[in-house]
Unconditional design. Structure first.
Length: 202
């Protein structure tokens, strides 16, 4: 019976990881990008690189994540690697698919709602033992090595470093909005992960 149920669980993991990636992508194109709010994690770096070299963000996202896939495989395992490929691939596809949708120009909405939605979507992916690449992979590996840390706190700490480094290219409003949004995303991730008593992928 367990063997018969296993494919269904794996299929649901793929669907939910892809769904989380879709939410993150549309949240970025609809709220974060129009209001110049850096997306949490590696996505912020990818977004900046994409702007600098004037290449599609989906393409840059795939290329930048390749080295991190090997890190995830080395420390977490093959299934996690496969779900990372699904998550990062879906993210790149959806970023491209939603690129032309009209954004909402509201700093407050982007900062608060954008942060919470992003955190909830990342938590959804993690709960199904996947990742969308980038910082997700790094934090999953770090939590596996150092279980006393939470994924949300780690993400916010690393995000803060990224924002400080990239802060010179942001205005005051964008810098402040990015920090608040990333904090809310981290808190949302920890709240949802703890409420489900989720564990790092094995």
């Amino acid at each position: 019976m367990l063997k018969q149920d296993a494919p269904l669980v794996e299929w649901m993991q793929v669907v939910m990881v892809a769904l989380g990636a879709a939410i993150i992508a549309i949240n970025y194109q609809l709220l974060l990008k129009p209001n110049h709010i850096m997306p949490p994690g590696f996505g912020g770096v990818v977004a900046l690189i994409s702007d600098w070299i004037r290449q599609p963000i989906g393409l840059v996202n795939v290329i930048a994540n390749v080295p991190l896939f090997f890190i995830g495989f080395r420390f977490v395992g093959l299934r996690f690697l496969l779900l990372c490929v699904v998550g990062a691939g879906a993210m790149s596809i959806f970023l491209y698919a939603f690129e032309s949708i009209p954004g909402i120009n509201s700093w407050m909405l982007a900062t608060v709602v954008g942060g919470v939605v992003n955190g909830a979507a990342v938590a959804l992916v993690l709960l199904f033992h996947g990742a969308t690449g980038g910082l997700d992979i790094v934090c999953v590996v770090l939590v596996k090595l150092f279980p006393r840390f939470s994924i949300g706190r780690l993400m916010f700490s690393i995000n803060l470093i990224i924002v400080c480094i990239a802060g010179w290219s942001l205005g005051v409003a964008s810098l402040l909005g990015s920090v608040i949004s990333m904090y809310l995303a981290g808190r949302t991730i920890d709240m949802l992960m703890q409420s489900r008593q989720a564990k790092v992928p094995q």
